[in-house]
Structure formats: structure tokens, C-alpha cells
Design a protein around this ligand. Structure first.
Ligand code: PMP
Length: 382
């Protein structure tokens, strides 16, 4: 018997079959994906330099341009989750010491503020409670005061369930020579956004929400103004991996041939078309909201028009422990719903019906599960 040279034995757990139970992913993402997308994940691996790969990348780029409603050449999909695109946007557009203005009305503004602080930007926050929104006047006043090079706003604030109005903000930023950065991770495909028409300079999203792909790739696009700023920097971005001078070359955005890319999946940009997808999310979320009110639950966002059509938030009903309800629903209905995130923890429960999951039959299932939890999780008081 020869002595083994390895000191760490092979883990027994790797010999067990992979366990991935079927769950109804009715939280704020990831969502269930259609069989066609699941099947795409089983296709053979091809090399990153093969001609077919460039074809796939070009198709992905066209799909993103359509989904973003932009003609920007600098349109790619990052390897990584939505957070990768958040960091990519900030790292490339901002240099240390520059002023950045962040609208914070939930966790996503908080995160972007922290990302910008970590890379040494001079960060100014406009803060509202979760579910709050900013008027164009408030935004213009803050832009005038802080003179930022970048203003960040979340379109679909998934921690609070708010869909922020977008009109006119891009023009304000343009007037004050500031780039407008918008997060649409939780809203793209569910609520209308028009990158070019709304003068958004940098826009990103995630793959695992209404776009119906698995997590792991994050589409992002930069317009000419953003490219002017980020390719005329004095300092190099703090991240090598996320440096757009490399990424734009990988994706063939800089006129030179594309070199390499690491993309897990083709984000399946809505088979049904954007307008139909927006219509359906509005219809199904309206249906869900009525059902929730019929159960006696209170919607967290009072203004109907500002409710995010992909993620619906309800105020935690009195006399209940939200954690217990969520555990009950998972255990008895194999269904994921979630609590709040960041500043909305303890304030809301969240139900996401997006992309493939956006169906009235799923809304009915979610409502039944909630009704069951309301019946069985009530705390005896006194
Ligand atoms: N922004 C928003 C609005 C989100 O909803 C999320 C994900 N919940 C993210 C950013 C971060 O994306 P990821 O989890 O893919 O990193």
C-alpha cells in the first residue's frame, strides 16, 4: 500500500447526488426559468475564441440593446451577479475624490453608496425611508448643491417594492453635466424603461429576475457621454476584472476584434416582446394586489402607480411573526417568499412573480399559501 500524498481526503458529500428540489421561487429573485432556458444550460461547452461564441455574444448584445431600448455600442453582459454590474458602473465612471450623489430609499442605494465610498469617492446621499421616492425638484436641488459626476437611482427598488418615476431626471443630469446611473435589476422586462429616450447614461440589470435566465450574468450599457468620461480618466479603475477598457475589447465594442468572454447564459430577453411582458406584469401584479387586499393584508406602497410590478410588498400583518409565516409557507407549500432587506427588514414581506412565473395561476397559489399561513400562524395574544 503506497502512502497517499494528499492530507485532505476527498469529501464524501461530493459522492452524493446533487440535490436541487423543485421550488416555487416567488421571492424577489432568482425566479423559475422556462424549460427552454434550462435546456440551454445543458448544451455543450464551446471555447471562448470559437466563431460561434462571437455569434452568441453579438446576439446577446442585440438582445440587451432591445431590452434596454438603446443603440449604445458599449453594451455587454458581465460575468457575475447584479452586484458585479453595480461595481463595474461605479468603478469605471468615477475617480477617487470625485463627488457622487446617491438616492437611498432602500438597500440598493445604500449598497451603491458603500461601493462608491470604498473606491474613495466623495459620496452624498439623499435619504428617504423605504418606499419613499424623490421628486425631480429634490433631485435637481441636490445635484446643484453637490455637483456630482454621477447620480445613482434605483428604478425597481426591490427591498421596498417601489418603481421610481424616471421622466425628466436624465435631462436634469445632462443640464448639470452629471452622468445618470440607473439600477434596473429587479424591474427590467417588468416595467417600461427607455435608456436612450430617458437620457440614462449607464444602465444595468441582472439575469435572474424578469429576464428569465439563471443568475450569473449582468447586462450593462454605457452611452457616449459615459464612455467619454470613463475612457478619459487620469487613474485606472480599482478593479482589473471590471475595467471597461478590457471588457469593451472582449465584447468587440471598441472596434477591435472581440477576444474572450465568460458568459454563462444567453439572457433570454422575453420571448413575448417587451411591451407584452410589461402589460402582463402589470396585469398579474394588479390581480395579486387585489387578492392580497381581499385577504385583509395591507400593501406597503400606498400609491398604486408606484408599485413595482415584479415584486409586491405587503406590510407585516399585526399579530404575526413574519419569519414564522415564511417558514410555514416554504415547509407546507414549497414556496419561497421573503422578508425585507436592509432598511425594510421587519417592515415588509415580499412576493415576486416575474418572467416565467408571472401568471395569474401562480398569483392564486401564492394567495392560497398566504391565506393558509394567516390561518395557522396567528399568535395568541395576551
Ligand atoms: N439591485 C436590485 C434592485 C436588486 O433587486 C438586486 C438583487 N436583489 C441587485 C441589485 C443585486 O443583484 P444580485 O443579487 O444579482 O447581485
Amino acid at each position: 500500500r503506497s502512502m497517499s500524498s494528499v492530507t485532505v481526503p476527498p469529501p464524501a458529500c461530493l459522492l452524493r447526488p446533487l440535490e436541487a428540489p423543485l421550488r416555487y421561487l416567488f421571492g424577489p429573485g432568482p425566479s423559475n426559468v422556462p424549460p427552454r432556458v434550462l435546456a440551454a444550460g445543458g448544451r455543450p461547452i464551446i471555447g471562448h475564441l470559437h466563431p460561434e461564441m462571437y455569434g452568441i455574444m453579438n446576439d446577446i448584445k442585440k438582445g440587451i440593446q432591445y431590452a434596454f431600448q438603446t443603440e449604445n455600442k458599449m453594451t455587454i453582459s458581465m460575468s457575475g451577479s447584479g452586484h458585479a454590474a453595480m461595481e463595474c458602473a461605479v468603478f469605471n465612471a468615477v475617480e477617487p475624490g470625485e463627488s457622487v450623489l446617491v438616492a437611498v430609499n432602500g438597500i440598493w442605494g445604500e449598497r451603491v453608496a458603500e461601493i462608491a465610498e470604498r473606491m474613495g469617492a466623495n459620496v452624498h446621499k439623499m435619504v428617504k425611508a423605504p418606499g419613499g421616492y424623490f421628486t425631480n425638484k429634490e433631485i435637481e436641488q441636490a445635484v446643484e448643491k453637490h455637483k456630482p459626476v454621477l447620480f445613482f437611482l434605483t428604478h425597481g427598488e426591490s427591498s421596498a417594492g417601489l418603481c421610481h418615476p424616471m421622466d425628466g431626471i436624465g435631462d436634469i443630469c445632462r443640464k448639470h453635466n452629471c452622468l445618470f446611473l440607473v439600477d434596473t435589476v429587479a424591474s427590467l422586462g417588468a416595467a417600461p424603461i427607455y435608456m436612450d429616450k430617458q437620457s440614462i447614461d449607464i444602465l444595468y440589470t441582472g439575469s435572474q429576475k424578469a429576464l428569465n435566465a439563471p443568475p450569473g450574468t449582468a447586462p450593462i450599457s454605457f452611452n457616449e457621454r459615459a464612455c467619454q468620461k470613463m475612457f478619459n480618466r487620469k487613474t485606472k479603475p480599482v478593479s482589473y476584472l471590471f475595467d471597461m477598457t478590457h471588457l469593451s475589447n472582449y465584447w468587440g465594442c471598441d472596434g477591435k476584434p472581440a477576444r474572450a468572454v465568460y458568459v454563462s447564459f444567453n439572457p433570454c430577453v422575453s420571448l413575448q416582446g417587451l411591451e407584452e411582458s410589461w402589460r402582463k406584469h402589470k396585469e398579474v401584479s394588479g390581480y395579486l394586489q387585489r387578492g392580497l387586499e381581499d385577504l385583509g393584508l395591507k400593501l406597503f406602497i400606498p400609491e398604486r402607480d408606484l408599485r413595482l410590478p415584479s415584486v409586491t410588498t405587503i406590510a407585516i400583518p399585526e399579530g404575526y411573526d413574519w419569519r414564522e409565516m415564511l417558514v410555514y409557507i416554504m415547509k407546507n407549500h414549497q414556496m419561497e417568499m421573503t422578508g425585507g432587506l436592509g432598511p425594510s427588514i421587519g417592515m415588509v414581506m415580499r412576493i415576486g412573480l416575474m418572467g416565467y412565473n408571472c401568471e395569474k395561476t401562480n398569483a392564486d397559489m401564492a394567495l392560497q399559501a398566504l391565506a393558509d399561513a394567516l390561518k395557522n400562524c396567528k399568535k395568541t395574544r395576551g
